[in-house]
Design a binder for this molecule. Structure first.
Ligand code: FES
Length: 140
């Protein structure tokens, strides 16, 4: 039996040769550095109601217009671009540490969007916020 016949009888064809390459390609799709595939929104200017929903409670947050807005306490709100600078997954606000975390590969950012550690290296863009009554203006 030739080598070719052995592989043919064992069910190994061209696809079996390609599968490891595909798996390898998937594994490499998560780079450990660089990326920076996200683009922070520009010309931002919108308002949110803080009297109901996530922004009515301390440590609550939401994503609106590709920006993550978090309520630190009744008079302190923060807003940064939501897309992780590694591969664009939306970050979460972590109330206990007052910071942002990407659930995809673990990048961490300060409450002003500074990249602290994990994949990627760029910062999230920080936006201005002004609270008037229950109306929170988010703008660039
Ligand atoms: S997408 Fe990879 S760390 Fe955020």
């Amino acid at each position: 039996m030739t080598r070719k016949e052995f592989f043919a009888r064992a069910g190994f064809g061209a696809a079996s040769v390609l599968v490891p390459a595909c798996i390898s390609g998937l594994a490499l799709s998560c780079s450990t550095d660089g990326g920076n595939s996200s683009v922070a929104p520009t010309n931002v200017d919108f308002t949110l109601d803080t009297s109901t929903g996530s922004l009515s409670v301390d440590k609550g947050y939401l994503v609106s217009n590709q920006i993550i807005v978090a309520r630190v306490d009744a008079s302190t709100f923060i807003a940064v671009s939501a897309a992780c600078t590694h591969e664009g997954t939306n970050v979460n606000y972590v109330g206990p540490s007052n910071s942002f975390h990407c659930p995809n590969h673990g990048a961490n950012y300060s409450n002003t969007g500074i990249h602290l550690n994990g994949p990627g290296s760029a910062n999230l863009k920080q936006y201005n916020v002004t609270l008037t009554g229950n109306s929170l203006r988010v703008y660039s």
